[in-house]
Design a protein around this ligand. Sequence first.
Ligand code: TEU
Length: 553
Amino acid sequence: MNHTNWYKTAVIYQIYPRSFCDGNNDGLGDIPGIISKLDYLKELGVNCVWLSPVYDSPQKDNGYDISNYRDIYKPFGTLDDFKLMLNEMHKRGIRLIMDLVVNHTSDQHEWFKSAISDKNSPYRDYYIIRKGKKNGKKPPNNWSGFFGGSTWERIGDTDEYYLHLFTKEQPDLNWENPKVRDEVVDILRYWLDMGVDGFRCDVITLISKKQDFKSRFPTLALCGKDAYIMGPKLHTYLKELYDRAYADYDCMTVGESVLCSLKDTISLVDPSRKELDMIFNFSHTDVDNYLGVKYFYRKFKLKRFKKRLAKYQYGLYQKGWNSLFLENHDQRRSTGRYGTIERGPLSIESAKSLAASYFFLQGTPFIYQGQEIGMRNPSFKSIDDYQDVELKNMYNMCQKNGFVRFLIGKHIFDVSRDNARTAMQWDSSKYVGFSKVKPWLLGTDDNKDRNVEDALKDKDSLFYFYKDMIELRKKYPVIIEGKFDLLFKSNPNLFIYTRTLNNEQLLVICSFAKKEIKCPVKDLFNYELLLSNYKEQQDLLRPFECRVYIKSR
Ligand code: TEU
């Protein structure tokens, strides 16, 4: 099958199904709800959707714990609803990529239930099971996982443990077992045959583990990560999935990586290796923390942000493809983050400047639901208002351990994943047009001004700015293929870059300053203005002004 690489010209919208739209008024988003909003996505202009997991699941981690890979979680709808949605998307020229969660399953998956209840189960070796130390009183080693605590859970009162890098309800699959890989290939082909257009591969860089299972030198977070991030057989497994599934379909893949260096990134997305089309790299979202640990807060600096993005722009040029994103269901909202202003008159201008700064880089842009209307963090006051398992686990650890509490501090709510998971705000009514009953996670009243109904009425809204940016990407090949160059790299207030292709050059100027400042580009008169967030141009750049120009030589 010829791969057309359609993902290079795609703009992808991420839907978090629990929180997008509730079609049957039970407080939880669902597939019929999504179908009812496809015209909205069409109006925005996106041509692909990434759907967070809709598979059958006990929802211990909101669907990232799958108990049946071939069926839909009932409260979200049926397989027929799914097929209808896919068809309605395709009719509107919108492709669909699904979330593929195969580092782990749910502990309620039939494979796992069989594996732990019977030592001779054919599924025993689908998981990573090892003998504990001290006759089973202690786990096999000191590795710690992503949601804090040991990666091992004891199986009943036996002396054996199973590995889980996330919650204990998410046991890791044993990719060393060829049968596990056969299963994954079958799952991929099942959905691809149904017509889906690709996958966002959850924590895919964790699937191969070093097999020594020895304790590592103790560290504050992710102890043992050298054994489970970018493991020794990762490339072999990815290649196998490509050869046995992706190769036969005109599909795309974006892998989620954790702490991935530029060198590793290139090795994963180098087109000649045929493994993944792109990966999500978190180097730029980790800009306001230390060591890639979001709880270790660090002040945002535009210079650092530019440097990190530029590193991957230069590094991947003609070697691989970038994914471009600011938000997702695990990240707090970008409103009030990355140098933008959360409230007040300059808030929307700052959101536009930030949006332009990432949207014209080389790669495929992703927009997370609600980002296009500038949704904010809910800033709930009490732990009881939050639901996320990651936050609850960390909170409990803080309660038990003063040192952890000292390290993490108040910041724990600011970085909670629930910040991105409140109900999508369609209007400013009581339940924000998401549902007729109370949504499972409702934002706060002081944030209702950010809603779709108002955005669609206002031609200067952030929504229409995104729409304009998407239009430009469709019109100018330089935005897709042009070479990136960062200008004025040490300027602390301005993100300025060019993209160059043959005789065309795009110039992007984004101010992050709260007051007027001089524009250091001298030959602006050579360029034609394509887009800006201020109506008339003047010599000085106004607060958070952004401009996108083009010139033909
Ligand atoms: O997230 C991977 C991951 O590494 C997370 O721990 C992430 O760093 C953290 O949530 C940031 O706060 C993926 C999914 O996106 C996430 O929703 C799942 O919980 C996780 O995998 C397990 O499947």
